[in-house]
Design a protein around this ligand. Sequence first.
Ligand code: MOS
Length: 733
Amino acid sequence: MIGEPVNRVDGPLKATGRAAYAYEHWEAGQPLYGFIVGATIGKGRITRIGTESAESTPGVHLVLTHLNAPEQGPRDESAIFEYWCAQPVLTGPDIHHFGEPVALVVAETLEQARDAAARVEVEYSAGRGRFDFAEYEDEVYIPKVVNAGLPTDTEVGDFDAGFDSAEVRVDQLYTTPYELSLPIEPNACLAEPRGEELVLYVSCQIVNAAQASVAGTLRMDPERVHVVAPFVGGGFGSKLGIHSETILAAMAARTLRRPVKVALTRQQVFQLVGMRPMSSQRVRLGAARDGRLTAIAHDVTMHTNPDIEYAEQTAATTRSLYAAPHRLTSHRLTALDLPRGTDVRAPGEAPGMLAVESAMDELADALGMDPVELRIRNEPGVDPERGVPYSDRHLVDCLREGARRFGWEDRPAAPASVREGRWLVGYGMSAAIRGHFQGPTAVRVRLEPDGTAVVRSDMTDIGTGTYTILTQVAAEGLGLPPERVRIELGRSELPTSWGSGGSWGATNSCTAAHRACIALRAKLLEAACGDTRSPLHGLDPAGAVLADGGVRIGEVSEDVGAIVARCSEEMEAEGRVRYMADDPHYSDYSINSYGAHFAEVGVDADTAEIRLRRMLGVFSVGRVFNPKTTRSQLIGGMVWGVGAALEEEAVVDPRSGAFVNRDLAGYLVPVHADITDVDAVVLDSFDGKANVLGAKGVGELGVCGSGAAVVNAVFNATGVRVRDFPVTIEKVL
Ligand code: MOS
């Protein structure tokens, strides 16, 4: 079953509308509707807030402001992952960024709540905010820590000496814009009070984090907070933590003792959830004439909100990608009065690789060398910064196989040398690498007397296919047909997982499920062979085969359900995965996923309109659970790369600190017409250092480097190098 292209087991539920998302759990009873009022200044103070008019509007039950909001727990600054921290809102009159919640209006209907929200009168004393990245880019400080606990700076050898003595040098500045996750399901929460308990139907990636965060904010015992998230309509980082909608719904529900639901509007998602920081990245590459790198430096400056520090790991992949004796990486922050930065699909890795893999293309051009060959020539033997071996590195295989399948040898040798009618045609490529993560996860598997298995974990399926791959792992582990496996996910009462995020969800939950199945299998065999009522009694369990819903030893077999039915004890076992810092494999090896992207673009010779003509990614991610869901993840990631290369950009108004494009009409992402011929291929491999199943992270790898392949193709087509992303028409003309 593992490795088969099984269709999504939850597909029919979703296609028929029976899969309930956070806003749709009508079993909670008739809810009240909350609507958030956002600040209309970016920095300053509320001087007066008038709620009388809103409160006297028909249907209104409550207007929450900082004047009547319950006291809340503070953020825990010591936590490595902010997602478990309290998220207090409406804490006082100070405004930290445009759109920050200043009130929640709760009414009988959404329309009444929205209407009354417009009647909340707020007067401000506006201060001078720091909104423009370019203006404050030089006022930097060193972050306390880079996201995921990574070091801010690294240094190997003597970079200045190595760079100065290099025969060929690239020294360029690349800038990347604010980008947002924007899943189709906006952040939403339905909060239902049940006595002193609180049930939260919430759109989140990590159930345990949502529970801890709400409990910490509302000063509740976490045991009394029940999170329910069986289906989540995409996350991409924006639901790793919960946001103001969840806290506000929870506070209102507790105050009113009624179910209250709050969903962000698309415009509010832009202002309230957080975004990928803007970055300016200086990349310096020094190489010998033969293409061997002698020096690599990647120095990054990003924005952060002053109160909630966040530094994307933008230079992190540069530390493990290519060999070079002299190396530097650094991350710096400049504080702006904007929403906090947060994890957005391949945090740091995506914008970082956009810059570094553009610079590698510039180096190949300066050397007159094939960009694929340049990368192969700089393949390291061991991780060049950590000094440890790679667990299962197949970057060169991806580069070679990708070049062969794509027909890379047909690449126009000189930029702007091939024209087909109106179109200038170019090829570009990029390498891809992404670190693999492992985090504490438990999964419980139980066999029932009817011969079915139930797999339980608070793990989420955010559209990625968790239900499906866990079905496959349990079916294989217990020898059951997949229709005899049931998966229960997304409830805080179930065994705790690290949730979905960072491309760790599939490997964590499948490894834990696999371990549970091994333990359960041993228990089952012991029960059968030790029971005089079983035909398997007295036989050696070492030779047992579990298949087709039965246990067979030699010529004798018995149905799994019959064995379970006779047992007095529960036929259940739990499997666990450790935090990577406690797993020696993760300190002894550099464990990453790899890939190579190839793109062909056409650029209109007169208008500079850029069309992606085809794209291919070849990847090495260890063992694949399901080629269908894996390919979807990788293609989805590659499309993100196309967006980052050519379209995506949230623009801040430097006068107010508001995003001026706050919907999917103004914030452009690729549509079907932009993505004509994109394919992803995965090479066979098995990384036994990553986990016992040999599998590694997939989803975010597709975003790493894919944008660079596209912009390098634009350079090959036109001879124009744009370093300020996205590469829009006016920059190419
Ligand atoms: Mo991940 S940043 O949760 O896509």
